[in-house]
Design a protein around this ligand. Structure first.
Ligand code: NAP
Length: 340
């Protein structure tokens, strides 16, 4: 464990919002968690586990937080091989995309559709990251955590994680659980190709009929890199809004007014809308509200210029959700977690 004193929290949020100083400690092993917790009590600060900061936005009041940083916990090992499945144990500090790359290298399928998503492995279950019809919950065997409230280690089965669309028990209880590793159940079977338009046309163009695991990963990396801004160059937190789920009846009424509106099936009687399409149609793509705004290529991505404050961000968010609501009667929900 290494106490690293006060440092700039803005540097630990890919949208570059947050107070200029907070206390932090590097966690090197699961045993360090209890030691760090003792230190937090001594300093009278609230512990908060932080991954890559790609889905976290700090309110200016987050100065009283004591951040537990995990990027040094980087072990990956095969835990068990059974029939067609392999259990793969990955510590929380491994970069998510490095974990995906390693699984693909070992010819294990299940994670490839989630290639190129920013953040660390420990953060993946928190918001149940998803892309191209896959969600991380589909591969999770166990989430290994420390319960800071009960002061005890706790392993979560997939069911106990209460996964939902971009949600989990970890997101619903911010700061309570420190995830130090995740065990994935991966498959040795042939991978299925996501039936998304971008991917289908990528393989059609390349004339590849039965893509390998590696080719699926390469396709997704290329498609994402062409569409999404790199947070190192343009501050952003990935998708800023969730895709709204509305009733079939509401969608039918909207379709009369907006016949080209994309609609995808959701649970029975409900459909999923594409939040990016609604924002684009509202004329907000490539629109800045002061220091924040909507990216020019992807309407789901809120970008910043590194100068904006938390309250300015909320103001921009309100302008966007209000305009979408005025036009479509649909309220957009924020995806990243606010820490205050
Ligand atoms: P896209 O392929 O342009 O599709 C637009 C939207 O339509 C997506 O939100 C997707 O919903 C939905 N969609 C498209 N084809 C679909 C199909 N065959 N079945 C069901 N739904 C379909 O989307 P994109 O913005 O380039 O993103 C591609 C994927 O990466 C999406 O799955 C998206 O969720 C994911 N992504 C995640 C993040 C993040 O930060 N978490 C950021 C960017 C993209 P879904 O979103 O439900 O798939």
């Amino acid at each position: 464990m290494e106490y690293c004193g006060q440092f700039n929290l803005k540097n630990h949020s890919t949208l570059r919002v947050g107070p200029l100083s907070a206390h932090a400690v590097y966690i090197d092993s699961k045993e360090d968690i209890e030691k760090a917790l003792e230190l937090a009590v001594k300093l009278n600060l609230t512990p908060y586990p932080l991954g890559g900061g790609s889905n976290t936005i700090f309110d200016d009041s987050a100065q009283n937080k004591f951040l537990f940083l995990i990027p040094r916990m980087r072990k990956m090992e095969i835990a068990l091989e059974k029939n067609n499945r392999t259990l793969f144990y990955i510590e929380a500090g491994v970069l998510w995309d490095e974990a995906v790359a390693e699984a693909v290298e070992l010819e294990l399928s299940g994670l490839e559709a989630l290639s190129s998503i920013p953040g660390l492995t420990g953060s993946a279950p928190v918001q149940n990251i998803g892309a191209y019809g896959a969600e991380v919950k589909d591969t999770i065997e166990t989430v290994h955590a420390y319960d800071m409230q009960k002061k005890a280690f706790a392993d979560f089965t997939k069911q106990a994680c209460e996964f939902e669309y971009r949600n989990s028990t970890f997101k619903k209880n911010p700061g309570r659980y420190f995830i130090y590793a995740v065990t994935f159940s991966l498959s040795k079977a042939r991978p299925s190709v996501p039936e998304y338009r971008d991917i289908i046309s990528y393989f059609e163009t390349k004339k590849i009929q039965e893509p390998s695991l590696k080719e699926i990963r390469e396709a997704i990396i290329e498609i994402r890199n062409n569409k999404l801004p790199n947070p190192k160059e343009t501050p952003n937190a990935g998708s800023y809004f969730k895709n709204p789920i509305i009733s079939q009846a509401e969608a039918d009424a909207l379709k009369v007014k907006f016949p080209d509106m994309p609609i995808y099936p959701a649970r029975e009687g409900f459909v999923k809308l594409f939040a990016g399409w609604l924002i684009d149609k509202a004329g907000l793509k490539n629109t800045m509200y002061g220091n924040f705004g909507i990216h020019k290529n992807h309407a789901l991505v809120m970008i910043g210029n590194g100068q904006g404050t938390f309250s300015e961000l909320l103001e921009s968010e309100k302008n966007i959700t209000q305009k979408v609501c005025d036009i479509f009667g649909v309220y957009l929900e924020r995806e990243p977690v606010i820490v205050n």
